[in-house]
Design a protein around this ligand. Structure first.
Ligand code: FMN
Length: 366
C-alpha cells in the first residue's frame, strides 16, 4: 500500500507551509524514537536495490539524496534518513537567525506538479542549526548548504560564507555553497565572473585552513541556477575547475515560468519554481556543465525529478548523484525506491554505470 498516496489529500488540504511543517515534525518525532527509527530505517533500506557509489571521495549507499531547503534547520535528520536516502543536504543555513519573507511564501502548482517558493532563507542561524544537528545518529552522509544573511551586503558575502564554512566544516560530509537562490536579492550576482572567482578563491583558502586544523578534507560543492546563459555555464565550469572546487549542484529553482506551469493561477506568484516544469532547464544545464567540465568534477543533478526515468535523464546528462525536493511532495518517499529500481535495471543492461561517480562493487563495500 502506498501510505503517502492515502494521506496526500489531507496534507494538500492544508496550506503548503503548514503541511510541510507537520510532516517535518512527524519525521522529527520518528527520528527521536531511537529503536522505532532504526526498525523503520532497516525495513525500508532492506527493500531498496543496492546502488553504492563514491563521489567527491565520499561513499554513498545510493545516489539519491534529499535536496536543500526541506530540512533547513536540521530538525528531522534521522527521520529523513530512515526514508532510504543515500545522503541528505540540510540548510540553507545563514550565520545569524533570520525570519525570511512573510507568509504565504510557498505555493503548489498541482496540475504542473510544481512549487513556487519565496522563503528567502528563513533560518535559525548557525548556532541553533548545529545544536539541532548534534542530536542526529544516522550514518547517512550529510551535506550542509550555507548562505548569506539578507542584511549582509554583497561586499560582505564572503565573510558570511566563510563563517558558515568554518562552523560546519568538522561535522559536514560536504559543504554546498548556495549562490543561486532567487529569493535573496543580489545573491545570484555572486555567480558573475569577478565575484565568483574572488569568492571561490576565498573559500578554497578557508577550506585549506580548516583541513589543516581538523586533519580531514571536507569537499566543497557550488550550487548554481538554471537561469544561466550557455556561455555563463561554460565560464562558471572553468572557474570551478580553476578554483579546485569538488563538485557542482545543478540546479536551484527558476525565476522563469515554463509551460505548463505558466497556465496555473499560482504561477503569477513571485519566487523560484521547482518540480516538473523545471526538469528540462535543469537537465540542459547539467548536460552543458558536463561538456565543459569533461569529468573534472562531479555534478549533483537536481530539478524536476518525479520518476525513475526523470532521474535517469539526469544521470545520462552527466550527473553522478541526484537530489529530490518537489518530487517528494507529489510522489512521497516511494519515489526513492522507484528511482533506485530504475537505476538498478539500467545498470544491469549497461554496467558502465554512473557518469562521473565510481560505482562501488559489492566486494568493495565495507
Ligand atoms: C520550498 C523550497 C525551499 C527551498 N530552499 C532551498 C534552500 O534553502 N537552499 C537551496 O539551495 N535550495 C533550496 N530549494 C531548491 C531545491 O533544493 C532544489 O534545488 C529545487 O527545488 C529543484 O529541485 P526539485 O524540482 O526536485 O524541487 C528549495 C526548494 C523549495 C521547493
Amino acid at each position: 500500500m502506498n501510505t503517502y498516496r492515502a494521506i496526500r489529500p489531507l496534507l494538500f488540504s492544508l496550506d503548503s507551509e503548514t503541511s510541510h511543517e507537520f510532516v517535518l515534525a512527524c519525521l522529527g518525532a520518528v527520528g527521536r524514537l531511537g529503536p522505532v527509527q532504526q526498525h523503520l530505517s532497516g525495513a525500508i533500506r532492506g527493500r531498496l536495490p543496492q546502488c553504492p557509489v563514491e563521489v567527491m571521495g565520499i561513499r554513498f549507499s545510493n545516489p539519491v539524496g534529499l535536496a536543500a531547503g526541506l530540512d533547513k534547520h536540521a530538525r528531522a535528520v534521522d527521520g529523513l534518513a530512515a526514508l532510504g536516502f543515500g545522503f541528505l543536504e540540510l540548510g540553507t543555513v545563514t550565520p545569524l537567525p533570520q525570519p525570511g519573507n512573510p507568509r504565504p511564501r510557498l505555493f503548489r502548482l498541482n496540475r504542473a506538479q510544481g512549487l513556487i517558493n519565496r522563503n528567502g532563507f528563513n533560518s535559525v542561524g548557525l548556532g541553533r542549526f548545529l545544536s539541532n544537528l548534534a542530536r542526529h545518529r544516522t550514518a547517512v552522509p550529510i551535506g550542509i548548504n550555507i548562505g548569506k544573511n539578507a542584511a549582509t551586503p554583497l561586499a560582505g558575502a564572503e565573510a558570511d560564507y566563510r563563517a558558515g564554512l568554518r562552523a560546519v566544516y568538522g561535522i559536514a560530509d560536504y559543504i554546498a555553497v548556495n549562490l543561486s537562490s532567487p529569493n535573496t536579492p543580489g545573491l545570484r550576482d555572486l555567480q558573475g565572473e569577478l565575484a565568483l572567482d574572488r569568492l571561490l578563491a576565498g573559500l578554497k583558502a578557508e577550506q585549506t585552513r580548516q583541513a589543516d586544523h581538523h586533519g580531514r578534507y571536507t569537499p566543497l560543492a557550488v550550487k548554481i541556477s538554471p537561469d544561466l546563459e550557455r556561455h555563463d555555464i561554460d565560464r562558471i565550469a572553468r572557474t570551478l575547475i580553476r578554483q579546485r572546487m569538488d563538485g557542482v549542484i545543478a540546479t536551484n529553482t527558476t525565476i522563469t515560468r515554463p509551460s505548463p506551469a505558466s497556465s496555473e493561477p499560482a504561477s503569477g506568484e513571485t519566487g523560484g519554481l521547482s518540480g516538473a516544469p523545471l526538469a528540462s532547464l535543469s537537465t540542459d544545464t547539467i548536460a552543458r556543465l558536463a561538456q565543459t567540465l569533461d569529468g573534472s568534477l562531479p555534478i549533483i543533478g537536481v530539478g524536476g525529478i518525479l520518476s525513475g526515468p526523470d532521474a535517469r535523464e539526469k544521470f545520462q546528462a552527466g550527473a553522478s548523484l541526484v537530489q529530490l525536493y518537489t518530487g517528494l511532495i507529489y510522489q512521497g518517499p516511494v519515489l526513492i525506491r522507484r528511482i533506485l529500481e530504475d537505476l538498478a535495471a539500467s545498470l544491469a543492461t549497461s554496467p558502465s554505470g554512473f557518469a562521473n561517480g565510481t560505482a562501488v562493487h559489492s566486494s568493495d563495500r565495507d
